[in-house]
Each structure stands twice: as C-alpha cells, then as structure tokens.
Design a protein around this ligand. Structure first.
Ligand SMILES: Cc1cc2nc3c(=O)[nH]c(=O)nc-3n(C[C@H](O)[C@H](O)[C@H](O)COP(=O)(O)OP(=O)(O)OC[C@H]3O[C@@H](n4cnc5c(N)ncnc54)[C@H](O)[C@@H]3O)c2cc1C
Length: 390
C-alpha cells in the first residue's frame, strides 16, 4: 500500500495551495482527483492581487504560458439599467481561465498526483486513514469542492477518530445549512469577427444585478476569451434568468448572437458564519468543501487558497502529526482570518417589500459612491483585506 504524510482529495485551488505549502517543508503529499488535468471548471475566473501574492506567482511568468487579464475598471448596474464605470489607477483584479490556472497550480504544487481517480472509501487503521484501500496517511484533507466526498461523508457520521468508515454509504444527514448559489456560465474564444464586434472591454468586466437583488450576471473578457454567466441564490428558474440576461446583452449588442454552445451549471455554498470544523482527528476540510465563499461577491478562489494555506500551516506547526487538537487549531485560524459575511444586498432585498426592491436597487446602483466604495471596494475586491501571511 502507498503511504504519504498528507493525502489531499481534490486538486482545485484549495488542494493545490495546501500541497504547495506542505511541499515547501518537504512533506510527502499526494493529491487525488477524479478529473484529468487540465479540466474545465465553471467559474468567471476573477482573482484579486493578494491571491497571486500569497502564492508567490509572478504575473509576467504566468502570462508567458496562460491568459491573465489585468483589470483596472468595472462597469456595474442593473440588468438593462443605467451602468456606472468605476476606474482605478492600478490593477485591482485579474481575469484567469480556470482551465489553465488550476492546472498551473496543481503541477507547481510538487505533490504526487493521482489524477482520474475518484475517492471511493475511507477507513481508519491505527492512527492512520486508508483511502480507496490503496493509500495510507495520518492526515487527509477534503478539498473536493461543493460536492466533496470527504465533507459529505463526515457530515453523516459521528466518528471522531480513525475507525471504520465507508465513504460509499449514503448520506444520512445534510451538511450544515449554508446558503447555496447556483450559477451557469459559458467561456469561449471569440472568432476574429466576434471579437471585432464585441463591445466588452478586456480590462473592464461588467457586473449586472438582477432586479430582485438575488443574484448578478457578468461578462468578462480575457483577451479574446469571453466568459458570460449568472449566479443566484438557490431557487428554481435559473435557466430562465440566464436566458433573459443573455437576451438583454444580445439586444444591446454586447455579446455575439452566435454563442457556441450551452451554458454549464454549478453550485456552491456561501459563508455566513465561520464554520466550526467538526471532522474526526486528522481530517480537515478546505475551500468550497468547508463552504467558505464570500456571501456578497461569491468569490471562492481566495478563501479556497487561504484555507488551504492555513490548513498547511496548522499541520506544519503540529509537526505533521495526527494530533487531537489539529482540527480545533485549524478552526481558530479560520476564525482569525475570515469574518462572518452576511449577504448585504440580500439583506437589503429581504428588508424591503418586492415593489420597493427594484427602485432601491436601481437608485443605489447608479450612485458612483456606492458602486466604488461599497459594491466594488468592500464587497468584490475586499480592498481592505491584506494578503495572508503564513
Ligand atoms: C459559475 C461560477 C463562477 C464563479 N466565479 C468565481 C470567480 O470569478 N472568482 C472566485 O474567486 N470564485 C468564483 N467562483 C467560486 C470558485 O469557483 C470556487 O469557490 C473555487 O473553485 C473553490 O475551489 P476548491 O479548490 O475548493 O474546489 P474546486 O475548484 O471545485 O476543486 C475541487 C476538486 O475536487 C475534485 N473532486 C470532486 N469530487 C471528487 C471525488 N469524488 N474524488 C476525487 N476528486 C474529486 C474535482 O475534480 C475538483 O478538481 C465561481 C463559482 C461558480 C459556480
């Protein structure tokens, strides 16, 4: 049987960042992912500069092998309403393609990769965990995203230490109730003719809110790659909201009439309160599997990376051992880094009767002060939150 110091289930930004940090201290790390990389990931692909800082990514170096679009302005407003342009003196965000970004982080992590291999089972043996009856490790990190099989398993069991546990058993209880966003998106490389007609500027993504404030759509151009999507609090009718959004954009001539294919959907949880990890000894959850995405913007890449780094820092502090207080120390680090985040727009919309929502939202969205200071700086860019140092 194969052995390692830390086994990470899921090679997205959370898993590969955790592995990268652990590998810097020489730990023997294996990442298991059901997908072959590069793989498609439904995502708009905007990241903020602290993400690159935390991972010590050199923009010029990255740009030699992949698309990275600096952003210096935004267009914001209500779908079909008046739009406000906010301009910055410096780069405040970047657009990346997850197909490339995730593959870059994974290959750079230095971990041993077991790709195309899904997580199937987990059981305890002594003070170790045995996964898929083929890899043995004292520490297992659940980094499998919204449907992380490790998180699903441990939300359904009261195991507190390595014991016998079979991940193939059906879930008896659901994970902690966090609000869920459902989203659909398409990303494609425009033809020369499409590119010429497209009025979306590469350094100026557009964020356009639904009239009821329960979600927003985006158009994001990264060089000649166009990413269009819309996410909303979980409910029915997402496809009809997406169709209405696309129709509005096409009628304004913002996006091509001839989109090359269907939209792809995905879901993820938003952070309303800082999770109190309750996994068994030696098992930590990071990224979407812990439900850490920001509830105002839906930004999940930065919390995924930061929780991966914090999990790695906790493991290194405790000498890479499966010790009883691992989970609680990691939980303290999460609470020290992330604040409770209640969806502010959702809060506004919840306080107002339906007829007043659209009026209030339209008024706020046309305010230059609100667009910059609140919507962009505070909710989307988290301009006041410095890069994590671990
Ligand atoms: C439409 C949409 C747009 C978004 N846009 C943005 C954005 O612009 N900026 C931003 O910051 N966030 C955005 N997010 C959120 C962001 O995509 C996630 O928060 C982020 O990907 C979380 O990273 P992760 O590493 O936790 O999980 P993931 O990126 O989901 O990675 C999980 C990995 O686990 C693997 N896995 C899953 N199940 C198994 C299994 N059974 N066995 C083995 N491996 C498994 C998967 O193959 C995957 O590679 C968006 C989300 C959506 C849905």
């Amino acid at each position: 049987m194969e052995t390692c110091d830390v086994l990470i289930i899921g090679g997205g930004p959370a898993g590969s960042s955790c592995a990268w940090k652990l590998r810097q201290s020489g730990l023997n790390v294996v990442i298991l992912d059901k997908a072959q990389f590069p793989r498609h990931k439904v995502c708009a692909g905007w990241i903020t500069p602290p993400v690159l800082d935390e991972l010590q990514i050199d923009v010029a170096d990255y740009a030699q092998q992949a698309v990275i679009q600096p952003i210096t302005r935004f267009l914001t407003g209500m779908i079909g309403g008046r739009e406000v342009e906010t301009t910055y003196a410096e780069t405040v965000s970047y657009g990346i393609r997850r197909f490339e970004f995730d593959n870059y982080l994974l290959r750079r992590s230095g971990a041993k990769l077991k790709l195309g291999e899904p997580f199937r089972t987990i059981r305890g043996e002594g003070s170790d965990w045995v996964v898929n009856e083929s890899i043995r490790s004292p520490l297992v990190i659940g980094a499998g995203g919204h449907f992380c099989p490790v998180a699903r398993h441990y939300s359904t069991t009261s195991d507190t230490a390595p014991g016998t546990a079979d991940a193939s058993k059906p879930a008896a209880r659901q994970q902690a109730e966090l609000p869920v966003v459902v989203a659909q998106e398409i990303e494609f490389e425009m033809t020369a003719a499409q590119s010429e007609r497209c009025t979306v500027l590469p350094d100026r993504p557009e964020l356009l809110f639904c009239p009821d404030l329960k979600g927003y759509g985006w158009i994001f151009r990264k060089r000649d790659w166009l990413n269009i999507g819309l996410g909303r609090e979980q409910e029915g009718h997402l496809s009809s909201h997406v169709a209405a959004f696309v129709a509005a954009l096409q009628s304004q001539g913002k996006i091509p009439e001839d989109l090359p294919g269907p939209f792809h959907g995905h879901a993820y949880k938003l952070r309303t309160s800082i999770p109190r990890p309750s996994t068994p000894t030696g098992i930590l959850l990071i990224g979407d599997s812990a439900g850490l995405a920001d509830s105002n913007s839906g930004e999940g890449i930065r919390p995924a990376i930061e929780s991966g780094l914090l999990a790695a820092a906790t493991i290194l502090e405790l000498g890479g051992q499966n010790v009883a207080n691992l989970t609680s120390i990691y939980g303290e680090k999460l609470r020290g880094r992330f604040t409770d985040s209640v969806s502010a727009l959702g809060g506004i919309s919840g306080c107002l009767p339906q007829f007043a929502r659209q009026y209030a939202a339209s008024w706020l969205m046309t305010s230059r002060w609100f667009s910059r200071q609140v919507l962009l700086d505070r909710w989307f860019l988290h301009a006041e939150v410095p890069a994590l140092r671990v």
